[in-house]
Design a binder for this molecule. Structure first.
Ligand SMILES: [Zn+2]
Length: 335
């Protein structure tokens, strides 16, 4: 899609007169939370990523790892990851807790509960958090959202369809921007209040048209989904992606960011591009990246003038090379 078409489409969505939902601490008739947790002092809230994630196994038939790895980054932040035996995509999914609601970002690549019960894992996390903090888990609203509309990011969304006290994003562009009350995608930045904990959200198209960036003001983690992650960043639309990168740079110029986090890991610590579909990554790179690496990637991107696969030192930029990996340019490939 060329830039003119892209902008024309954006102009079309910009007139959608909706703010279907607003999420603010004052919305609704909720009674104030007793002893609210302070999410605004002593920032950033410290937290840790694991030294090594569960990252598949040589034999998937013998895999005994849990379907979802739950890592508590800190007391109020969990990061989930799908077991690679259930999906080679092994997407990550942050779970942010506030005084009134909980935000789940992305829902993995497996649909059925009897194959992969993401909902039970999320419910267990909510019960754990509520018991640790003296809350009734049923009083917490769950928001089920995602970075973008690819199956490895929302496949399990229907597991939450009949869950009480839950709202989830629709699956069209208009529903997605309407869910956040946006009328000027992608530039508009909105604030989601989880109850004292604010999440900033704005558009980040380029991998696909409808993608969002999420910044958690408590941990100061910037979640960039699939538009910037430690692996093959498949860029379908170069100019919107480049402008989204510029938007991220403008953001980190004006806001403190502890980590930049994408949704997958597809490269080793040494920068090796793992073959597509690999289910065993014993030497995989960490999911989190630095602001410096984001800036370096932006500077690198300025030099790219044509489609191709480029390694920036941190990520692969696959400029309009959907479905290709570095293996496709390997002279030793089977052919
Ligand atoms: Zn993905």
């Amino acid at each position: 899609m060329d830039r003119r078409t892209f902008l024309a489409r954006n102009a079309a969505v910009a007139v959608v007169p909706v703010a279907l939902t607003t999420f603010s601490a004052s919305a609704g008739a909720r009674s104030p939370v007793r002893n609210p947790i302070d999410f605004k002092s002593n920032l950033p809230a410290p937290g840790d990523f694991p030294a090594r994630w569960i990252c598949g196994s040589e034999s998937l038939m013998d895999n005994t790892d849990p379907p979802v790895q739950v890592h508590w980054y800190n007391d109020h932040t969990a990061i989930l990851r799908q077991n690679k035996a259930y999906s080679y995509e092994a997407p990550f999914a942050p779970l942010y807790f506030g005084n009134e609601r909980v935000l789940l970002l992305d829902e993995g690549f497996t649909t059925l509960r009897n194959d992969w019960d993401l909902r039970a894992v999320v419910d267990t996390c909510i019960v754990d958090w509520a018991s640790r903090n003296g809350r009734d888990p049923a009083s917490l609203e769950l928001l089920v959202a995602f970075s973008h509309l690819h199956a490895d990011h929302y496949a399990a969304v229907n597991q939450f369809a009949d869950r009480p006290n839950t709202r989830y994003m629709g699956l069209t562009h208009e529903e997605m921007i309407g869910f956040w009350g946006m009328t000027n995608f992608p530039e508009e930045r909105v604030t989601l209040d989880l109850g004292g904990r604010e999440i900033l959200i704005w558009g980040s198209p380029g991998h696909v048209v409808s993608e969002f960036a999420y910044y958690d003001s408590y941990t100061q983690i910037l979640y960039t989904g699939d538009m910037f992650y430690r692996g093959r960043c498949y860029i379908s639309f170069w100019e919107p992606w480049f402008e989204s990168m510029k938007r991220l740079i403008d953001f980190v110029d004006t806001h403190p960011v502890t980590h930049v986090m994408g949704c997958h890991v597809e490269i080793s610590k040494d920068g090796e591009d793992y073959p597509y579909g690999l289910t065993w990554q014993p030497n995989e790179a960490p999911v989190q990246m630095t602001v410096k690496q984001l800036r370096e990637t932006y500077e690198f991107a300025k030099t790219i003038t044509e489609p191709g696969i480029y390694f920036t030192g941190t990520v692969f930029l696959c400029n309009q090379t959907r479905s290709m990996t570095t293996i496709d340019v390997n002279p030793y490939r089977y052919s």
